[in-house]
Design a protein around this ligand. Structure first.
Ligand code: BES
Ligand code: MN
Ligand code: ZN
Length: 490
């Protein structure tokens, strides 16, 4: 999808902004006078009220040269924000993507930021993962190739869009990674892809199994023992702050490229979704791409633990005891509670080697978070109120929301083991919380830390959000990029 900014509309589809008024839709000032009657009539016939994301379409209208003229609702005129402008672009692209229309102009953006946000929505809505569908029928192929946002100062709008284009690239990267089939994306091939990000100016370090063994990372390594593919730990460093030595923000991601459950094997139906069990790592990689592409003025280090959880003669068993790099021993009671095992060694590495100002980890960690929050919010767990509030606020701004759940010593106790320092499951109750408590045992006292359980948001089947057109959402990139912009840039 090509995105352009111009001062005059062109293309075979033209959309005019409309707002939600007290007495029905209010057509934007840019609507052509000779089209108002037909558009108003069409709006009435289609129950179009001007709500954000609503659209109505006229085909071959006599008053215009374009094949299609549309109205695009932006919500109430005085309360339209970044997210409503996103919806305008996304809804139009969703409507026209395979319609036959090749180019669309959107007319009426009130300022550069609205124009840029419309473009961002359009771009995310145009995302497809079609690389493995060489025989896609013509009628399912996208036709819409260009979206032009019409705005008074096209050059300024374009530069306002540059940072959002970087964010979009990050989201697309994350979606691609989550959707890749697990025979293609495994720890080794994933690490190879991450190594290539050096070209963006990221400093990349890749630890192989032998390197991790030397560091004593047997918690992470234990998960990968049943796999034909060697585990990896990848570090991506972006030093964009004025003071290159300033303590970084650390982003840590769970990268289980496929989760069978291991010896505690999962039931068959739906197991294919577990190719997405590296969604946390994808959000971290995507965010690092966004930060590098927009040259963020912040120091951020991204760390992802990449493993494949397979049942095998060499796989770890329930009952095994492993020692993590921090020296803490773990009794494995369920090999399907593997994400936390990967994360704690990655969290240790982040603290030990990078002494971060704060750590945020992301993981498709528990099915229980879907029971608690569904797919509307990611679960947020934190030892720090300020960090929690910052994440919640940036999430609201960027359209990826979180809901905080508690941590407390009573939950932590559920993880005490009779054979080791800790066991890796805490029983049926409060499964997402005990998972978070497990992680917290590896967090240094006083280190601001937040854990985002994204098992409900990393992928969505039958999602009707136009901004999220594919199974993989890329969840986390928008939130984290916004969070860095809001709190870490000097
Ligand atoms: N990757 C899963 C969690 C998951 C479930 C993600 C559904 C997305 C959708 C994780 O590794 C897992 O298996 N967790 C177990 C933990 C349990 C054994 C304590 C779970 O949630 O059942
Ligand atoms: Mn699992
Ligand atoms: Zn998992």
């Amino acid at each position: 999808m090509q995105i352009k900014f111009t001062t005059e509309p062109t293309g075979d589809a033209i959309a005019y902004l409309a707002y939600e008024g007290k007495k029905g839709p209010e057509l934007g000032e840019a609507t052509p006078a000779d089209g108002k009657a037909a558009l108003t009539r069409a709006a009435g016939a289609a129950k179009f009220k001007g709500g954000a994301g609503q659209t109505v379409e006229l085909l071959s209208p006599s008053f215009a040269d374009a094949d299609r003229v549309l109205l695009a609702g932006a919500g109430k005129n005085d309360s339209a924000d970044q997210l409503s402008w996103n919806k305008v672009g996304a809804a139009l692209v969703k409507r026209l993507a395979t319609s036959g229309a090749k180019s669309l102009s959107v007319v009426g953006a009130p300022d550069n930021h609205a124009a840029a946000a419309i473009a961002f929505g359009a771009r995310l809505a145009a995302y497809r993962f079609d690389g493995y569908r060489p025989n896609l029928k013509d009628d399912k192929k996208p036709t819409l190739a260009t979206v032009t946002v019409v705005v008074a100062d096209a050059a300024k709008a374009k530069s306002a869009y540059a940072a959002l284009a970087a964010r979009a690239e990050g989201v697309e990267t994350a979606r691609d990674l989550v959707s890749e089939p697990p025979n293609v994306l495994h720890p080794e091939s994933y690490a190879d892809r991450i190594a290539k990000l050096e070209s963006l100016g990221l400093e990349i370090e890749i630890l192989k199994a032998a390197d991790m063994k030397k560091l004593g990372m047997h918690s992470l390594l234990g998960v990968g023992l049943g796999s034909q593919h060697e585990s990896r730990l990848c570090v991506m460093k972006w030093s964009g702050a004025k003071d290159k030595k300033a303590k970084p923000l650390a982003l840590v991601g769970k990268g289980v490229t496929f989760d069978t459950g291991g010896i505690s094997i999962k039931p068959g139906p739906g197991m294919e979704d577990m190719k997405g069990d590296m969604g946390g790592s994808a959000a971290v990689v995507g965010t690092m791409v966004a930060l590098a592409k927009r040259k963020a003025k912040a120091n951020v280090v991204g760390i992802v633990g990449l493993v494949e959880n397979m049942p095998d003669a060499k796989a770890q068993r329930p009952g095994d005891i492993v020692k993590s790099a921090a020296g803490r021993t773990i009794e494995i009671q369920n090999t399907d509670a593997e994400g936390r095992l990967v994360l704690v060694d990655a969290l240790w590495y982040a603290q030990e080697k990078h002494d971060p100002a704060a750590i945020i980890d992301l993981a498709t960690l528990t099915g229980a978070i879907l029971i608690a929050l569904g797919q509307e919010n990611a679960g947020l767990f934190s030892n720090n109120d300020k960090l929690s509030e910052q994440l919640a606020a940036s999430g609201k701004t960027a359209g990826e929301t979180v809901w905080r759940l508690p941590l407390a010593p009573g939950y932590d106790k559920l993880l005490d083991s009779q054979f080791a320092d800790v066991k890796n499951i805490g029983g049926r109750n409060a499964g997402s919380i005990t998972a978070a408590q497990f992680l917290q045992r590896w967090i240094d006292d006083g280190r601001p830390w937040a854990h985002l359980d994204i098992a409900g948001t990393a992928w969505k089947t039958g999602n009707d959000d136009a901004m999220e057109p594919s199974w993989a959402t890329g969840w986390g990139v928008r939130l984290l990029d916004q969070f860095v912009a809001d709190n870490y840039e000097d």
